[in-house]
Design a protein. Structure first.
Length: 185
């Protein structure tokens, strides 16, 4: 493996190409230092996200099943959503869990974060782990949400990923971070 990293690219011009309500598409003219090569690249700018790994006292994980517009399929995944500008990821995760499932929990802990798609997106997704979660309220969906709350045994998670039932890439990544946190992998 080479000791030298490839040259970084610098942004020399950044224009908003499209404003799509929950994200902006930026057209960036960039310059590579090593050979002065220029190129246009498109980057999606959006807020960071949070996924919540919520575990009940019975070692069940709270998941949600929801329709995803991109795939036009239902997806089984951890609850989560957008972190508002300036909002703490822990606070956002607790808010999203309550809104989407009606559950609250204790011992909130960030257990990792990832770039959802570093090739075209600039944001991060944070993973929040909560224990001793219990149903404490009614759900409060956003206008375009309709979710089913699903409880699964922690022992089922690997099989749900392996079978493709959990196939959302961020959800799979969240499950992996949970398994590392609790010592399953």
């Amino acid at each position: 493996m080479s000791d030298k990293f490839p040259s970084k690219w610098k942004v020399i011009q950044d224009d908003i190409h499209a404003d799509c309500r929950i994200f902006e598409v930026h057209k960036r003219k960039m310059l590579r230092d090593s050979d002065q090569k220029q190129g246009d690249f498109y980057v999606i700018e959006t807020n960071d996200w949070v996924n919540v790994l919520a575990m009940t006292p019975k070692q069940e994980i709270i998941l949600v099943r929801q329709f995803r517009y991109g795939t036009e399929e239902y997806s089984l995944e951890p609850p989560g959503g957008v972190i508002e500008k300036g909002e703490d990821p822990v606070v956002a995760g607790q808010r999203e869990l309550l809104e989407e499932t009606g559950y609250t929990g204790r011992n909130p802990k960030l257990i990792g974060d990832v770039f959802p798609n570093a090739a075209i997106m600039s944001n991060r997704c944070h993973f929040l782990f909560l224990t001793d979660v219990e149903k404490t309220a009614k759900v409060s969906f956003d206008p375009h949400e309709e979710l089913e709350t699903v409880k699964v045994s922690i022992d089922q998670l690997k099989d749900l990923v392996k079978s493709g039932e959990i196939s959302h890439s961020i959800g799979v990544n969240a499950v992996f971070h949970l398994m590392m946190e609790i010592g399953i992998v």
